[in-house]
Design a protein around this ligand. Structure first.
Ligand code: CA
Length: 219
């Protein structure tokens, strides 16, 4: 899952990005509201982490703009202010959740997972498909009772494919979801990850749709 972090405090931003990357998220980070707005208009993310007090454009303005343009992506507000009215304004402007700084990174990751679950229509923490169970919270994948060890990118790819089993994902979309800015991508990276998953989960769990992309085998 790919997140956009908007945070002007270098130390806080660094800590959040490092913590969420450890948790398997792809995280891109911008430091002001105007850049956030530009990036949001041209690229797509699964979720937005938005500080309110930002240079060049306030977080609330970025949020209102996003909703005005009809973008319904999940948004969590991160704010140092503990004034109730800021949080109320944020929620009323279209945020889905908020955290008051300083917060625990594990709690942030859990709230992100909860929002992503809700967005994709899963209420249970784990996703199950054809005997394969993927748990985003524990980073585990099982086939039956057997635990399957995956690399972080294999896990991210499997999560993307299993989240909506009916959907075919193009290679470009997969690359966009798995790799943040500045991360090197080999030209055959997606094929390599698919190959790895097939080796571990069976050759027919992930199907190639020629000329279009990849999907998991329908139930
Ligand atoms: Ca700030």
């Amino acid at each position: 899952m790919r997140l956009l972090l908007v945070e002007d405090d270098a130390m806080i931003g660094e800590a959040i990005r490092a913590g969420l990357r450890r948790d398997g998220f792809t995280v891109d980070w911008v430091h002001d509201g105007e850049t956030a707005e530009q990036v949001l208009e041209t690229e797509s993310f699964d979720l937005l982490l938005l500080d309110l007090g930002l240079p060049r454009k306030a977080g609330l303005e970025v949020l209102s703009g996003l909703r005005t343009r009809g973008n319904g992506m999940p948004v969590i507000i991160l704010t140092a202010r503990d004034a109730v009215c800021d949080r109320v304004q944020g929620l009323d402007a279209g945020a889905d959740d908020y955290l008051v700084k300083p917060f625990d990174l594990d709690e942030l990751a859990a709230r992100i997972r909860a929002l992503l679950r809700r967005k994709s229509g899963h209420s249970a923490p784990a996703i199950e498909h054809l005997g394969v169970t993927l748990n985003p919270a524990t980073h585990t994948v099982r086939r039956g009772v057997e635990e399957i060890a995956l690399s972080p990118k294999e896990f991210a790819l499997l999560h993307l494919l299993m989240e909506r089993p009916g959907t075919i994902h193009s290679r470009a979309r997969i690359e966009e979801r798995l790799y943040g800015w500045g991360e090197e991508i080999d030209s055959n990276a997606v094929e390599v990850h698919v190959h790895g998953l097939r080796r571990k989960l069976g050759s027919d769990f992930i199907l190639t749709v020629r000329g279009v992309g990849y999907r998991v085998r329908p139930a």
